[in-house]
Design a protein. Structure first.
Length: 307
Protein backbone atom coordinates (compact mmCIF):
# COMPACT_ATOMS: atom_id res chain seq x y z
CA UNK A 1 0.00 0.00 0.00
CA UNK A 2 1.27 3.45 -0.86
CA UNK A 3 2.48 5.82 1.84
CA UNK A 4 1.21 9.31 2.61
CA UNK A 5 4.66 10.65 1.66
CA UNK A 6 4.34 9.24 -1.87
CA UNK A 7 0.80 10.56 -2.09
CA UNK A 8 2.08 14.03 -1.16
CA UNK A 9 4.70 13.76 -3.91
CA UNK A 10 2.05 12.87 -6.48
CA UNK A 11 -0.23 15.74 -5.46
CA UNK A 12 2.64 18.23 -5.64
CA UNK A 13 3.69 17.04 -9.12
CA UNK A 14 0.08 16.94 -10.34
CA UNK A 15 -0.58 20.50 -9.15
CA UNK A 16 2.72 22.02 -10.30
CA UNK A 17 3.07 19.93 -13.50
CA UNK A 18 6.78 20.52 -13.06
CA UNK A 19 9.19 18.27 -11.17
CA UNK A 20 11.55 21.09 -10.27
CA UNK A 21 8.83 23.25 -8.71
CA UNK A 22 7.26 20.22 -7.00
CA UNK A 23 10.63 19.20 -5.52
CA UNK A 24 11.22 22.76 -4.27
CA UNK A 25 7.74 22.82 -2.73
CA UNK A 26 8.49 19.55 -0.91
CA UNK A 27 11.96 20.69 0.16
CA UNK A 28 13.69 17.84 -1.66
CA UNK A 29 15.69 17.28 -4.83
CA UNK A 30 14.30 15.94 -8.12
CA UNK A 31 15.90 12.44 -8.12
CA UNK A 32 14.22 11.20 -4.91
CA UNK A 33 10.96 12.80 -6.07
CA UNK A 34 11.16 10.87 -9.33
CA UNK A 35 11.83 7.65 -7.41
CA UNK A 36 8.82 8.26 -5.17
CA UNK A 37 6.61 8.73 -8.23
CA UNK A 38 7.93 5.58 -9.88
CA UNK A 39 7.35 3.54 -6.72
CA UNK A 40 3.79 4.90 -6.38
CA UNK A 41 2.97 3.99 -9.97
CA UNK A 42 4.46 0.53 -9.43
CA UNK A 43 2.35 0.02 -6.28
CA UNK A 44 -0.84 1.13 -8.04
CA UNK A 45 -0.03 -0.71 -11.27
CA UNK A 46 -0.90 2.31 -13.45
CA UNK A 47 0.92 5.25 -14.97
CA UNK A 48 -0.09 8.54 -13.35
CA UNK A 49 2.28 11.01 -15.03
CA UNK A 50 3.37 11.52 -18.65
CA UNK A 51 6.78 13.14 -18.51
CA UNK A 52 8.88 14.35 -21.43
CA UNK A 53 11.93 16.57 -21.48
CA UNK A 54 9.67 19.58 -21.81
CA UNK A 55 6.28 18.77 -20.33
CA UNK A 56 4.61 16.98 -17.46
CA UNK A 57 0.98 15.97 -17.84
CA UNK A 58 -1.47 13.76 -15.99
CA UNK A 59 -2.65 10.56 -17.55
CA UNK A 60 -6.40 9.86 -17.41
CA UNK A 61 -5.68 7.57 -14.44
CA UNK A 62 -3.66 10.33 -12.74
CA UNK A 63 -6.44 12.91 -13.28
CA UNK A 64 -8.99 10.50 -11.79
CA UNK A 65 -6.71 9.67 -8.84
CA UNK A 66 -5.89 13.30 -7.92
CA UNK A 67 -9.19 14.19 -6.09
CA UNK A 68 -8.98 11.01 -4.01
CA UNK A 69 -5.31 11.64 -3.22
CA UNK A 70 -6.13 15.16 -1.98
CA UNK A 71 -9.02 13.83 0.10
CA UNK A 72 -6.86 11.15 1.71
CA UNK A 73 -4.21 13.71 2.66
CA UNK A 74 -6.86 16.06 4.08
CA UNK A 75 -8.39 13.25 6.12
CA UNK A 76 -5.00 12.23 7.44
CA UNK A 77 -4.19 15.80 8.43
CA UNK A 78 -7.60 16.23 10.04
CA UNK A 79 -7.20 12.99 11.97
CA UNK A 80 -3.79 14.12 13.24
CA UNK A 81 -5.20 17.45 14.41
CA UNK A 82 -8.18 15.74 16.03
CA UNK A 83 -6.13 13.27 18.01
CA UNK A 84 -3.94 16.10 19.29
CA UNK A 85 -7.01 17.88 20.68
CA UNK A 86 -8.28 14.94 22.72
CA UNK A 87 -5.59 14.97 25.45
CA UNK A 88 -6.19 18.71 25.92
CA UNK A 89 -9.91 18.11 26.47
CA UNK A 90 -10.94 20.28 23.49
CA UNK A 91 -12.65 17.31 21.91
CA UNK A 92 -14.43 14.33 23.40
CA UNK A 93 -17.56 13.18 25.19
CA UNK A 94 -18.75 13.66 28.76
CA UNK A 95 -21.66 11.50 29.94
CA UNK A 96 -23.71 13.64 32.35
CA UNK A 97 -26.36 12.43 34.73
CA UNK A 98 -28.97 14.86 36.04
CA UNK A 99 -32.10 14.86 38.13
CA UNK A 100 -35.31 16.13 36.55
CA UNK A 101 -35.48 19.04 39.00
CA UNK A 102 -31.92 20.14 38.18
CA UNK A 103 -32.88 20.39 34.52
CA UNK A 104 -34.97 23.47 35.28
CA UNK A 105 -32.16 25.50 36.85
CA UNK A 106 -28.65 24.24 36.20
CA UNK A 107 -28.78 22.19 33.01
CA UNK A 108 -29.62 25.10 30.65
CA UNK A 109 -26.70 27.12 32.04
CA UNK A 110 -24.34 24.17 31.79
CA UNK A 111 -25.26 23.52 28.16
CA UNK A 112 -24.96 27.19 27.21
CA UNK A 113 -21.53 27.58 28.79
CA UNK A 114 -20.32 24.29 27.28
CA UNK A 115 -21.38 25.41 23.79
CA UNK A 116 -19.52 28.69 24.23
CA UNK A 117 -16.33 27.38 25.83
CA UNK A 118 -16.00 23.78 24.60
CA UNK A 119 -18.02 23.64 21.37
CA UNK A 120 -16.44 20.34 20.24
CA UNK A 121 -17.11 18.47 23.48
CA UNK A 122 -20.28 16.39 23.33
CA UNK A 123 -22.45 16.17 26.45
CA UNK A 124 -24.34 12.88 26.52
CA UNK A 125 -27.24 13.56 28.91
CA UNK A 126 -28.91 10.90 31.08
CA UNK A 127 -31.89 11.71 33.33
CA UNK A 128 -31.40 9.68 36.52
CA UNK A 129 -32.30 9.95 40.20
CA UNK A 130 -29.39 10.56 42.58
CA UNK A 131 -28.97 6.93 43.65
CA UNK A 132 -28.73 5.78 40.03
CA UNK A 133 -26.21 8.53 39.27
CA UNK A 134 -23.96 7.41 42.10
CA UNK A 135 -24.02 3.83 40.83
CA UNK A 136 -23.35 5.08 37.30
CA UNK A 137 -20.32 7.06 38.48
CA UNK A 138 -18.94 4.11 40.40
CA UNK A 139 -19.38 1.74 37.44
CA UNK A 140 -17.96 4.19 34.90
CA UNK A 141 -21.27 4.63 33.05
CA UNK A 142 -21.28 8.34 33.95
CA UNK A 143 -18.48 10.91 33.93
CA UNK A 144 -20.35 13.64 35.81
CA UNK A 145 -23.45 13.76 37.97
CA UNK A 146 -25.73 16.58 39.10
CA UNK A 147 -27.19 15.05 42.21
CA UNK A 148 -28.53 15.68 45.70
CA UNK A 149 -26.42 15.12 48.83
CA UNK A 150 -25.25 13.17 50.70
CA UNK A 151 -22.76 11.89 48.11
CA UNK A 152 -20.44 9.91 50.35
CA UNK A 153 -18.80 7.15 48.37
CA UNK A 154 -15.05 6.40 48.37
CA UNK A 155 -13.38 8.04 45.41
CA UNK A 156 -16.14 10.55 44.61
CA UNK A 157 -15.50 14.29 44.60
CA UNK A 158 -18.30 16.87 44.74
CA UNK A 159 -18.74 20.60 44.39
CA UNK A 160 -21.88 22.64 45.24
CA UNK A 161 -23.62 23.91 42.13
CA UNK A 162 -26.71 25.53 43.57
CA UNK A 163 -28.61 26.24 46.76
CA UNK A 164 -32.20 27.35 46.36
CA UNK A 165 -35.34 28.00 48.35
CA UNK A 166 -38.44 25.85 48.58
CA UNK A 167 -41.67 27.53 47.49
CA UNK A 168 -45.32 26.47 47.67
CA UNK A 169 -47.04 25.45 44.44
CA UNK A 170 -50.79 25.96 44.73
CA UNK A 171 -53.63 25.32 42.31
CA UNK A 172 -55.13 28.54 40.96
CA UNK A 173 -58.04 29.63 43.11
CA UNK A 174 -56.81 27.95 46.28
CA UNK A 175 -57.67 30.10 49.35
CA UNK A 176 -54.01 30.40 50.34
CA UNK A 177 -53.25 32.22 47.08
CA UNK A 178 -55.40 35.12 48.30
CA UNK A 179 -53.76 35.61 51.69
CA UNK A 180 -52.51 39.22 51.97
CA UNK A 181 -49.37 38.11 53.82
CA UNK A 182 -46.47 35.77 53.16
CA UNK A 183 -47.23 32.11 53.79
CA UNK A 184 -45.72 30.18 56.68
CA UNK A 185 -45.20 26.46 57.12
CA UNK A 186 -48.00 26.36 59.68
CA UNK A 187 -50.39 27.45 56.92
CA UNK A 188 -49.81 23.99 55.43
CA UNK A 189 -50.89 22.20 58.63
CA UNK A 190 -53.77 19.87 57.77
CA UNK A 191 -53.63 20.80 54.08
CA UNK A 192 -53.58 18.25 51.25
CA UNK A 193 -49.98 18.01 50.05
CA UNK A 194 -48.43 16.06 47.19
CA UNK A 195 -45.31 14.48 48.70
CA UNK A 196 -42.03 13.12 47.38
CA UNK A 197 -41.43 9.38 47.28
CA UNK A 198 -39.44 8.17 50.31
CA UNK A 199 -37.50 5.80 48.01
CA UNK A 200 -37.01 7.41 44.60
CA UNK A 201 -36.97 11.01 45.92
CA UNK A 202 -35.52 10.37 49.35
CA UNK A 203 -33.57 13.66 49.51
CA UNK A 204 -36.70 15.79 49.18
CA UNK A 205 -38.80 13.45 51.31
CA UNK A 206 -36.32 13.65 54.21
CA UNK A 207 -35.99 17.43 53.79
CA UNK A 208 -39.74 18.03 53.95
CA UNK A 209 -40.36 15.62 56.82
CA UNK A 210 -37.73 17.35 58.96
CA UNK A 211 -38.93 20.81 57.89
CA UNK A 212 -42.57 20.13 58.80
CA UNK A 213 -41.56 18.46 62.06
CA UNK A 214 -39.51 21.46 63.17
CA UNK A 215 -42.37 23.81 62.24
CA UNK A 216 -44.93 21.67 64.07
CA UNK A 217 -47.05 21.26 60.93
CA UNK A 218 -48.76 18.01 59.91
CA UNK A 219 -49.95 18.08 56.29
CA UNK A 220 -52.18 15.43 54.76
CA UNK A 221 -50.05 13.59 52.19
CA UNK A 222 -52.41 12.65 49.36
CA UNK A 223 -49.93 11.23 46.83
CA UNK A 224 -46.25 10.27 46.64
CA UNK A 225 -44.36 10.99 43.41
CA UNK A 226 -40.76 11.17 42.21
CA UNK A 227 -40.50 14.04 39.73
CA UNK A 228 -41.24 17.74 40.22
CA UNK A 229 -43.03 18.12 36.90
CA UNK A 230 -45.40 15.27 37.85
CA UNK A 231 -46.02 17.03 41.15
CA UNK A 232 -46.97 20.24 39.34
CA UNK A 233 -49.42 18.35 37.11
CA UNK A 234 -51.13 16.98 40.22
CA UNK A 235 -51.19 20.44 41.81
CA UNK A 236 -52.77 21.87 38.68
CA UNK A 237 -55.43 19.15 38.78
CA UNK A 238 -56.38 20.30 42.30
CA UNK A 239 -55.20 17.17 44.09
CA UNK A 240 -53.24 19.28 46.59
CA UNK A 241 -50.39 21.72 47.02
CA UNK A 242 -46.66 20.96 46.97
CA UNK A 243 -43.32 22.28 48.14
CA UNK A 244 -40.94 22.50 45.18
CA UNK A 245 -37.56 24.10 44.42
CA UNK A 246 -37.85 27.74 43.37
CA UNK A 247 -36.42 26.88 39.95
CA UNK A 248 -39.62 24.93 39.20
CA UNK A 249 -41.28 28.30 38.64
CA UNK A 250 -39.28 28.60 35.41
CA UNK A 251 -41.64 26.00 33.93
CA UNK A 252 -44.50 28.53 34.16
CA UNK A 253 -47.15 25.79 34.44
CA UNK A 254 -50.64 27.00 33.65
CA UNK A 255 -53.03 26.84 36.58
CA UNK A 256 -50.30 26.81 39.24
CA UNK A 257 -49.42 29.72 41.55
CA UNK A 258 -46.10 29.88 43.39
CA UNK A 259 -45.77 31.54 46.81
CA UNK A 260 -42.70 32.03 48.98
CA UNK A 261 -42.63 30.92 52.61
CA UNK A 262 -41.63 33.18 55.48
CA UNK A 263 -39.33 32.15 58.34
CA UNK A 264 -37.82 29.37 56.21
CA UNK A 265 -34.18 28.45 56.68
CA UNK A 266 -32.08 29.92 53.92
CA UNK A 267 -31.96 28.00 50.63
CA UNK A 268 -32.22 24.44 51.95
CA UNK A 269 -32.27 22.69 48.55
CA UNK A 270 -28.75 21.72 47.46
CA UNK A 271 -27.52 20.42 44.12
CA UNK A 272 -23.93 19.23 43.69
CA UNK A 273 -21.68 18.29 40.81
CA UNK A 274 -20.07 14.93 41.52
CA UNK A 275 -17.43 12.92 39.68
CA UNK A 276 -14.77 10.30 40.26
CA UNK A 277 -11.54 11.77 41.56
CA UNK A 278 -9.51 9.32 39.50
CA UNK A 279 -11.24 10.12 36.20
CA UNK A 280 -8.83 10.35 33.27
CA UNK A 281 -11.33 11.79 30.78
CA UNK A 282 -9.63 14.98 29.50
CA UNK A 283 -12.95 16.45 28.34
CA UNK A 284 -14.38 16.07 31.87
CA UNK A 285 -11.36 17.78 33.38
CA UNK A 286 -11.78 20.72 30.97
CA UNK A 287 -15.50 20.85 31.75
CA UNK A 288 -14.76 21.04 35.47
CA UNK A 289 -12.17 23.77 34.91
CA UNK A 290 -13.78 25.96 32.27
CA UNK A 291 -17.55 25.31 32.37
CA UNK A 292 -18.72 24.38 35.85
CA UNK A 293 -18.68 27.33 38.27
CA UNK A 294 -15.96 27.45 40.90
CA UNK A 295 -18.58 29.11 43.12
CA UNK A 296 -22.18 27.97 43.02
CA UNK A 297 -24.67 29.66 40.74
CA UNK A 298 -27.22 32.06 42.21
CA UNK A 299 -30.96 31.77 41.64
CA UNK A 300 -32.17 35.36 41.94
CA UNK A 301 -33.65 35.26 38.44
CA UNK A 302 -35.31 31.92 39.10
CA UNK A 303 -37.86 33.27 41.55
CA UNK A 304 -39.44 35.69 39.07
CA UNK A 305 -43.17 35.09 39.16
CA UNK A 306 -43.08 33.75 42.72
CA UNK A 307 -45.28 35.74 45.07
Amino acid sequence: MFSLARLSCFVAVAEELHFGRAAERLHMTQPPLSRQMQQLESELGVQLIDRTTRTVTLTPAGAAFLPDARRILQLAEGAAQTVKRIPAGDLGTVVVGFTAASAHAVLPRLLERARERLPDVTLDLREMVTAAQIEGLMSGELDLGMARPPLKRPGLVSRPLLHEQLVVALPSGHPLTELPRQLTLTDLDGQDVVMYSPVQARYFNDLLISTFTIAGATPNYVQYVTQVHTMLVLVRSGLGMALVPASAATLHPEGVVFRTIGAFRDRPVELDAVWRGDSSNPALLRLLKDVLPQQEWTTDELVEGVG
